[in-house]
Design a protein around this ligand. Sequence first.
Ligand code: FMN
Length: 148
Amino acid sequence: MKKVFVYYSYSGNGDLVAKYYKEKGYEIEEIVTKEPLPDIKFLAILTGGFKALINHKDKIEKSVLPISEYDEIVIGSPIWNGRLSSPINAFLANHDIVPKAFVLYSGSGKSPSATKTIIKKYPSSMIINLTEPKKHEEEFKDILNRMG
Ligand SMILES: Cc1cc2nc3c(=O)[nH]c(=O)nc-3n(C[C@H](O)[C@H](O)[C@H](O)COP(=O)(O)O)c2cc1C
């Protein structure tokens, strides 16, 4: 069975989750935006927060892997302003897929609006909330192991 973890990361938490999935035998597709968020965190939070609020879809590089050929797709997104990140919005808009699960990483471990969006659009997908994987490495691996 072909499995892929498709994710976006601005500050490295998603990269750590990708490393976990790679070790579990998933192929990895990192979403790269044509225009990166600013390096200055304060500006990044303003820009990304606003983009998420208006459900913006970033311009992203074409996928490297043939996503539609995979049997199982897991999506990884940081939470921006309670919502899915704009690079992930773009990926989902470009691909007619039903992910097995969404792994959402955030500062609070909560994803109020993202959860509503996912339940509405992908009612069969599992939603897993993680709190800052870089700070809580053992905990996040434990949660993902239990989710299978
Ligand atoms: C633009 C932006 C908006 C954010 N909004 C939230 C938020 O609404 N709630 C929250 O708990 N964390 C929020 N965060 C924190 C990130 O979701 C969290 O640090 C996440 O682990 C980052 O993943 P990454 O390192 O893979 O980019 C925000 C971070 C950024 C950059």
